[in-house]
Write a protein that binds this ligand. Structure first.
Ligand code: SF4
Length: 472
C-alpha cells in the first residue's frame, strides 16, 4: 500500500500508486478544467504533487505544453537567475561486480580495460582539473568491495581535498558510489562530501531486476532505500536521478517525484539535485536495443515539469547531451552542467590511447571547460564555480529554506560573479577573459541593493589583488 512516510521502498515507491496515477493522468489528459486548475497552482511556484505533474505530462494540448515551457522558464529565472554551476566527473575505478545491462563496466565485459587510479594518479588528475579551473567534482566508481572498498573512496576524497596547486582547490567533492550501509554513509559524511548522488536507474521493480540480473545491485529495495540510509547517517544533500530509456518515461517521472516527496516528508528536505541522464552508446552497449528511448520533445517537457514540480531542487545535465539540447534545457530548468568532462578512468592528466578506452559512455559535448564558460556567457548565463553554501554549512534543510525563499539571487549571484572573476584571472583564454569582463559589468548592474553591490565590487578588487575563496 502507498505510504509516503514509510521506510519500505515498496510502499513509498508503490507500484499500484504509480499505475493509478498514470491511469488518472490518461483519463484526465483532456480535462481542461482540471488541467487549468493545476496550471494555476503551478503558477504559485510552490511545486506540484506527482499526480498533478503526471496529468500535465500526459496532456499534449499545444497551448498547455507552451504554457508549461513558459512557466518553467519563469520559475528557473526567479529561483536561479542566470547562474549555472559547473562541475566535472572524476572516475576513480571501473572495476565492478554488478551486471547492469546498460553499463559497459558490467562484470561480464571482458574486453574493456579495467583501471583503478592510485593516489598518485588522483593527484595528477586533480591538478589537471584545477588547471582547467574546476572547483567542484563528482567522483564515480564501480561497485567492487575488493578493488574499491570504502577505505579507498575515503582516502581518495582526502587526497582530492588536500591538493592546493597554484590558486586551485577542489572545494566540493560530490560522491556517486553504489548503495551502501549507514555506517559507510557516516564515514562519507565525516569525510566532508558535498552531495551523495545515486541514480535509481529505473523505479520499476520488474524492469530493475531484469536490468540488474547479478551482483549486489540486483536488490531493488536496498538500492531504492539508499537515500534514506544516507540521510539517517547525516548526509543532508542527496541527488536523485533515473536513466531515461530503461523503462517508460511517465512511470519514471511519476516515481521520481514520489521519491522526492518521500524524502521531504520523512526528513524535511527534498533532494538537493535531480539528474536527467538518457541512455547513451558505450563499449558493449547499443542504445537502440532499449525500447524506451525518449525523443528531445518529451525530454524537454520532462525537464520543464520537474522544474515546475520541485522548484527548489537543482537540476543536472551531463555531457551525455550535445550542445544544442543542453542550451534548450538550460532555459527550461537545468542549473548545473559538467564541462570539459572525461568519462574514462583518468584522462584529464594524460589522454587515453584509442585502444585503452575505459569510458562509461560516449560524450556528446567535447568542448573544453573554457569553451563552455565562454558559450554560457555568450548565451546570457553566468558560469559559477561557487561552493559557498557547502563552505558555510548551508546544506540540507537550511539550503532548501534558502532556496524556497528565493535567496539564490541575494547570495548565489554575487558569489557566482566573484568565482567567475577568479576563473577569468587564473584560467581563462584571452577571448573568454574579454567576454567575461564585459559580462561581469552587466551582471553587477543586476544587483539592486547598493550595499551588496559595493561589497561585491570590493570582493572583485580583492580578487584582482590575489585574494581567493571570498564568499557571501
Ligand atoms: S552502472 Fe555502476 S554498478 Fe552498474 S555496472 Fe556500471 S559501474 Fe557497475
Amino acid at each position: 500500500m502507498y505510504n509516503l512516510k514509510s521506510l519500505d521502498a515498496d510502499e513509498f515507491i508503490n507500484n499500484e500508486e504509480v499505475m493509478d496515477t498514470l491511469k488518472f493522468a490518461q483519463e484526465n489528459k483532456n480535462n481542461m478544467e482540471l488541467i487549468n486548475s493545476i496550471i494555476a497552482k503551478a503558477k504559485q511556484e510552490k511545486g506540484l504533487s506527482h499526480k498533478e505533474a503526471a496529468v500535465l505530462l500526459a496532456c499534449d494540448d499545444k497551448t498547455i505544453v507552451d504554457e508549461i515551457f513558459q512557466l518553467a522558464k519563469k520559475i528557473k529565472e526567479e529561483y536561479y537567475g542566470s547562474r549555472i554551476v559547473l562541475f566535472a566527473p572524476l572516475y576513480l575505478s571501473n572495476y565492478c561486480i554488478n551486471g547492469c545491462i546498460y553499463c559497459p563496466y558490467h562484470l561480464k565485459n571482458k574486453h574493456i580495460p579495467r583501471k583503478k587510479m592510485t593516489q598518485e594518479d588522483i593527484k595528477n588528475e586533480v591538478i589537471a582539473l584545477q588547471d582547467m579551473g574546476h572547483k567542484r567534482l563528482a567522483i564515480e566508481a564501480g561497485e567492487d568491495p575488493v578493488n574499491n572498498p570504502i577505505e579507498y573512496i575515503l582516502e581518495s576524497i582526502k587526497t582530492i581535498y588536500s591538493i592546493k596547486h597554484k590558486n586551485g582547490a577542489i572545494r566540493r567533492v560530490n560522491v556517486n558510489i553504489a548503495a551502501t550501509t549507514v555506517e559507510n554513509y557516516k564515514k562519507l559524511h565525516e569525510a566532508g562530501i558535498g552531495t551523495y548522488i545515486l541514480f535509481q536507474e529505473t523505479y520499476n521493480k520488474q524492469s530493475y531486476e531484469k536490468l540488474h540480473p547479478t551482483g549486489p545491485k540486483h536488490d531493488y529495495k536496498y538500492h531504492t532505500e539508499a537515500m534514506d540510509r544516507a540521510m539517517q547517517a547525516g548526509i543532508d544533500d542527496v541527488g536523485l536521478g533515473v536513466l531515461f530509456g530503461l523503462h517508460g518515461y511517465d512511470y519514471e517521472f511519476t516515481a521520481l517525484l514520489m521519491h522526492a516527496e518521500h524524502l521531504e516528508a520523512v526528513y524535511g528536505t527534498g533532494p538537493h539535485t535531480i539528474s536527467v541522464p538518457r541512455i547513451r552508446r558505450a563499449d558493449d552497449i547499443d542504445p537502440a536495443s532499449f525500447e524506451n528511448g525518449l525523443d528531445d520533445e518529451i525530454f524537454k517537457k520532462i525537464v520543464a515539469l520537474i522544474r515546475i514540480a520541485v522548484p527548489y531542487t537543482g537540476m543536472i545535465i551531463s555531457t551525455r547531451e550535445n550542445k544544442d539540447i543542453r542550451k534548450e534545457l538550460l532555459e527550461l530548468g537545468i542549473s548545473q552542467i559538467s564541462g570539459g568532462s572525461k568519462t574514462s578512468v583518468g584522462g584529464y592528466y594524460k589522454p587515453e590511447k584509442e585502444n585503452e578506452n575505459s569510458s562509461q559512455f560516449e560524450v556528446n559535448d567535447n568542448r573544453t571547460l573554457d569553451e563552455v564558460v565562454n558559450w554560457l556567457m555568450e548565451s546570457g548565463y553566468l558560469p559559477s564555480f561557487c561552493t559557498a553554501c557547502y563552505g558555510s554549512g548551508r546544506t540540507g534543510e537550511r539550503f532548501m529554506e534558502f532556496c524556497k525563499k528565493q535567496q539564490i539571487h541575494n547570495f548565489c549571484h554575487p558569489n557566482a560573479i566573484v568565482t567567475l572573476k577568479e576563473y577569468l584571472l587564473d584560467y581563462a583564454s584571452e577571448q573568454t577573459l574579454k567576454t567575461g569582463e564585459d559580462f561581469i559589468k552587466k551582471e553587477l548592474n543586476k544587483i539592486k541593493d547598493e550595499k551588496m553591490k559595493n561589497t561585491v565590487l570590493s570582493a572583485l578588487e580583492k580578487t584582482e589583488n590575489g585574494v581567493r575563496s571570498l564568499k557571501f
